[in-house]
Design a protein. Structure first.
Lengths: 343, 343
DNA sequence: CTGAAAGCGCTTACAG
DNA sequence: CTGAAAGCGCTTACAG
């Protein structure tokens, strides 16, 4: 099978007694071909088991039918966060609906991402690029913008967002609402554990948090903002630091369930009551937030929708050349016991 | 940028004052080209910003440099299980190391998988196929075997395994060891909650469980074997059924952490003590097993390694035509409090 | 060591 | 409505 001659357009043409141009037109559903010819050609294709060679088509049509998906870090941490698998699921769904293939790459650094992007584009392997992470100074976004290759990002660009296709939650609002919710419940001293500060999403959430404090007439304190990588250890360490702060905070916003989960465990070990002594609210609404004891209030970011929408956006960028479109996917706050004992 | 003429081998040839054949040979590192010419050509490529067109290469070389990865169901459930993201991570890592791209598809049914496989192969989009699930009567395996296209599976084929490249854990042994471990600790009545029975992995684990019972002089009871889909609900329901069995089981083997986690919660709600009243052991060693209260004994299947090895196997199948190779990835049982209160 | 030529399997003006 | 011809960007015997 492998390297055998496969049946080509020529074989079909010969069998059907027409030219290969005609066969080609039948394949591409050109309406000018008579019904009779179409039927005959289709029959021959069927009989010979003919399948168009996608590679050959790409070469002349200059379209690959593939989208390049650039995922950040393949490290263990990222896998604990269901965001990526869920987004990926939305992406593959939307792509396959539109008849596009997904070429997936996972990368540890932005430099690596950029290399991959270049090889995809220059090797003519993809019609468009989907970025699943955006940093404050993002070489990939910069490069893609410069050469004006069709792309879309899940997340928001830090600058020039009016020229960049992107789909995102309103992370500013989400963090604002979450923090506001705590203040309205009477929390007076709310800490935040945020993720990698070079990520745009982190910045936005911090802003939302600050805004909510301000509106609640609470002052933002640098000492209560904890920034770091996302793993269980971070959760434990920051949770102890939070407890050591004087006066002790009575609430904490965490931007990832895994970290929040670890924090909750530490609080409990030290016999802090949740939510009585300290309220905990988080992001991603993963299984951990639901199954924690107590269950943790968490923001569902709708990763699957983000994935689907991003593909739709990218497809428009490819087909119609649209740039700078922005789609906001709704978020949902799931309120649970970690913030309100009555739930 | 998009549909512009890009610089081709011809442009480089003209600039370097050589033929395009020569340029082509430089690209493919043909040793016959003089150092001098090579250098000149390389310079010109650099200056012109030339990148070989992968599509054109594929067309003539009949190699795509891509592997088709066929994932099962994109449903929410699957995403809760870190197995797939983790395996995928191993796959992309190994593939990119070897200079191959990954074309990813997620599918709800085996029929769908088969369609995708056919379109990949007949469209000449991939050099090989990686299957991430194997059923007892698997149309995909059957088809790929029939046309003898290079493929490998993660998991085991149900039949003709001596002709099929696959990488798997020894799931029979893993279930055997896990069950034996419980019986050695004195458990006398051990139930099992297993997954989809059309999956080969499920069958193997059931066999291992039976074997261990037998060796421990315990009889296998149909009523203590629970088979179903994998979600939280299943866990709750089966856990209640287990409790209702007379006499009550004192141990249960579950083939997925999520289900085990749900079962543990139910047991606790009904004031059964774990492990005193009932021991719980599970598979996948996901975050849920570690963070459960008590932590759950679980088998780590090394999904990342499975992913990597499967790519290596597939690459050999493509390059050297190997068939029927089998690789066993080690599993590790993490013993935790759910089976032994002293841990 | 290098070049001219044929060809991979398709599409697409151009002509009829 | 259909065909002949050129061409997409590369590789690879064949000849020298």
């Amino acid at each position: 099978m492998k390297k055998n001659k496969s049946v080509t357009i020529k074989d079909v043409a010969k069998k059907a007694g027409v030219s290969s141009s005609t066969v080609s037109r039948v394949i591409s559903k050109n309406p000018k071909i008579s019904e009779e010819t179409t039927k005959k050609v289709l029959e021959c294709m069927e009989e010979l088991g003919y399948h168009p060679n996608a590679i050959a088509r790409s070469l002349v049509s200059r379209r690959t039918g593939s989208l390049g998906v650039i995922m950040p870090s393949t490290s263990k941490d990222a896998l604990l966060n269901p965001f990526f698998p869920e987004a990926l699921s939305g992406i593959t769904k939307a792509a396959s609906k539109a008849g596009f293939d997904i070429i997936l790459s996972t990368n540890d650094t932005k430099e690596q991402e950029l290399e991959v992007i270049k090889s995809y584009i220059h090797g003519s392997k993809v019609d468009g690029i989907l970025l699943l992470s955006s940093k404050v100074e993002d070489q990939c976004i910069e490069y893609l913008s410069k050469i004006d290759f069709p792309f879309a990002i899940i997340g928001s660009p830090w600058e020039r967002s009016e020229t960049i296709n992107h789909v995102d939650n309103d992370n500013y609002m989400a963090a604002y609402e979450l923090t506001r919710y705590l203040t309205i419940q009477g929390r007076k001293r709310i800490a935040m554990i945020a993720g990698d500060c070079s990520l745009v999403v982190t910045r936005k959430r911090i802003e939302g948090y600050k805004k909510a404090l301000e509106e609640s007439n609470l002052s933002f304190e640098e000492d209560l903002l904890f920034i770091g990588s996302f793993d269980e250890k971070t959760g434990y360490e920051y949770a102890s630091e939070i407890i050591d702060s004087k006066p002790a905070p009575d609430g904490v916003i965490v931007t990832d369930d895994l970290v929040a989960f670890a924090a909750v465990r530490l609080f409990k070990q030290l016999h802090y009551r949740i939510p009585e002594d300290i309220a905990v609210a988080s992001f991603n609404n993963s299984i951990l937030s639901r199954y924690s004891n107590p269950p943790i209030t968490s923001v569902d970011v709708n990763a699957m929708t983000l994935g689907e929408k991003s593909v739709e956006l990218l497809l428009k960028a490819i087909e119609k050349g649209t740039r700078g479109r922005k789609v906001i996917a709704p978020h949902t706050i799931y309120k649970r016991k970690s913030t309100d004992g009555n739930l």
